[in-house]
Design a protein around this ligand. Structure first.
Ligand SMILES: [Zn+2]
Length: 123
């Protein structure tokens, strides 16, 4: 897919999907069994029945602000997106898109107030 429009301009392509393991390390051991994007992707593959974890490509965390520090680390900063901001993607071939609108209840970047995402698909 190709990004053909972007009114936010800040997205994360390095952090990957949150997972049981990363949430446990990042937040606390008792967060291990909370939902995660990785689990959401795996559940979607199992539900489809034609896919498995080998079909999951690297994800993009649209609207997530994860700057790289001078030392090469990653930080999670407050988002710079806002209502009405959007990304438009052009599918260059047939694709299956998995979306995990992770509320990430442990991450203060949304002020603990995650909001809905809307997806429009057209030909
Ligand atoms: Zn997540």
């Amino acid at each position: 897919m190709t990004i053909v429009a972007d009114t936010c301009g800040r997205h994360d392509t390095l952090g990957g999907a949150c997972a049981q393991e990363s949430n446990t390390v990042r937040y606390a051991a008792d967060k291990r069994y909370m939902h995660s994007c990785r689990d959401n992707f795996l559940c979607a593959c199992l539900h489809d029945g034609r896919l498995d974890k080998g079909n999951i490509a690297a994800n993009v965390n649209f609207f997530m602000n994860v700057p790289v520090t001078p030392e090469g680390g990653l930080t999670f900063e407050d988002g710079i997106s806002a209502a009405g901001k959007y990304v438009e993607l052009l599918a260059e071939c047939d694709v299956i898109v998995l979306i995990s609108n992770c509320p990430q209840l442990n991450n203060p970047c949304n002020g603990w107030n995650p909001t809905a995402a809307e997806v429009l698909v057209w030909n």
